[in-house]
Design a protein around this ligand. Structure first.
Ligand SMILES: *Cc1c(COP(=O)(O)O)cnc(C)c1O
Length: 373
């Protein structure tokens, strides 16, 4: 089965060398040397001031909300992975949805303002599929309305906007390093901020509020990354340019071939994407179900990211219906994209999608594989 993604595993000998070091030191967690090394390398690679590694991307969000002292409600996107909203609700912050932009698929600045209520303390956006949010306009709204901004950057590793990491926008951005993500540490995540005081708070919150052996300063939780996970991250970071390059090539091939048959996400201006996903929007849900079943028959397993629209979730009611998000979530399918995806497999995906989408169009001509490389 060709799945929507395939976990990237770095060089096993390199990983073994790191593991031997862990055995020699006997230091398995609690901000060990490999965690420190990975934080340093990520700071440099991403071009950000602080990187605090966490044991997953969901706790990274929860700690971010705590560090910023959020309460009441937050205006957020209905088109994201469920953790963006559930983490707010878990922390006692009521998510209020603002609809998405039908082109970029990100939370729309046009809708944010009208959704702000008296107890709103933040805007929480997701750079969905790695496409940067309208960060300049969101920043302007947040400043004027005195709100904090958190970006769920789980898809935005290595994404750049206006000449720098997109993670530099907002008070805090978070990352997920789950095994299915472009860059991963098996399970893991990170909190990114350029504010020194906020970084200090985040460190404390991630480690039970422990300042030193004799002092606890406020409530905290255990959000620490372990050394084995950091070792995986260090191995994969060595290969990151190759990973990004292969993804860009696969994405380019999809766009060239499928652009006339399906709707595609409009990239934010002045942005450099990471092709962490390859989402297509079909005409309607019927067509999506037909395409999915045809792909399944051909041994291909695409995924409906993100369905359902989060404003429909039972435990988040009452919510106003977010029509653009609902419409999109019924039509979006993510196609396989990962380093090592074979050309003939991608061609099979393309041919299947085109066959289902070209009713009433000229028949699809499979290209000569040798000349298509
Ligand atoms: C993967 C993901 C998360 C959750 O990250 P975990 O590391 O799995 O906890 C949060 N938000 C988005 C948008 C994601 O894709």
């Amino acid at each position: 089965m060709i799945n929507v993604t395939k976990t990237y595993l770095g060089d096993i000998d390199k990983f073994k060398t790191y593991v031997e070091g862990i055995y020699a030191r006997g230091w398995l967690t609690n901000h060990g040397p490999l965690v420190c090394q990975l934080e340093e390398r990520l700071k440099e690679y991403l071009g950000v001031r602080h990187v605090i590694l966490t044991n997953n991307g969901t706790l990274a969000l929860q700690v971010a909300y705590r560090a910023l002292g959020l309460n009441g409600s937050a205006v957020t996107t209905p088109f994201s992975f469920v953790a963006t909203s559930s983490s707010l609700q878990w922390e006692g912050i009521r998510p209020i949805f603002a609809d998405i932009d039908a082109q970029t698929w990100n939370i729309s600045p046009e809708h944010i303002e009208s959704r702000i209520v008296s107890d709103t303390t933040a805007i929480v956006g997701t750079h969905v599929f790695g496409n940067p949010c309208a960060v300049e306009r969101i920043e302007e709204i947040a400043r004027r309305r005195n709100l904090k901004v958190v970006y769920d950057g789980a898809h935005a590793f290595a994404v750049r906007h206006a000449g720098q990491s997109v993670l530099n926008w907002g008070d805090i951005s978070t990352l997920s390093f789950h095994a299915t993500k472009l860059f991963h540490t098996i399970e893991g995540g990170a909190i990114i901020t350029n504010d020194d005081e906020l970084a200090r708070k985040v460190h404390l919150l991630c480690n039970f509020g422990i300042v030193d052996v004799d002092k606890i300063d406020g409530i905290g939780i255990n959000a620490k990354l372990n050394e084995f996970s950091a070792a995986m991250g260090l191995c994969i970071l060595d290969d990151i340019e190759n990973i990004l390059q292969q993804r860009a090539e696969i994405a380019h091939r999809y766009t060239t071939r499928l652009g006339d048959y399906v709707d595609l996400q409009k990239p934010q201006d002045d942005s450099q994407l990471n092709h962490s996903y390859y989402p297509i929007a079909l005409r309607d849900e019927q067509q999506l179900l037909r395409v999915r079943s045809a792909l399944n028959t051909n041994g291909i397993n695409p995924r409906r990211y993100f369905y359902p629209s989060l404003d429909t979730l039972e435990y988040l009611q009452p919510q106003a219906a977010q029509t653009a998000s609902r419409s999109l979530s019924e039509r979006v399918l993510c196609l396989p994209i990962y380093p090592g995806l074979q050309l003939e497999d991608q061609e099979r995906v393309i041919a299947t999608v085109i066959a289902e989408c070209s009713l009433g169009r000229a028949p699809y001509q499979a290209p000569d594989l040798a000349s298509a490389i």
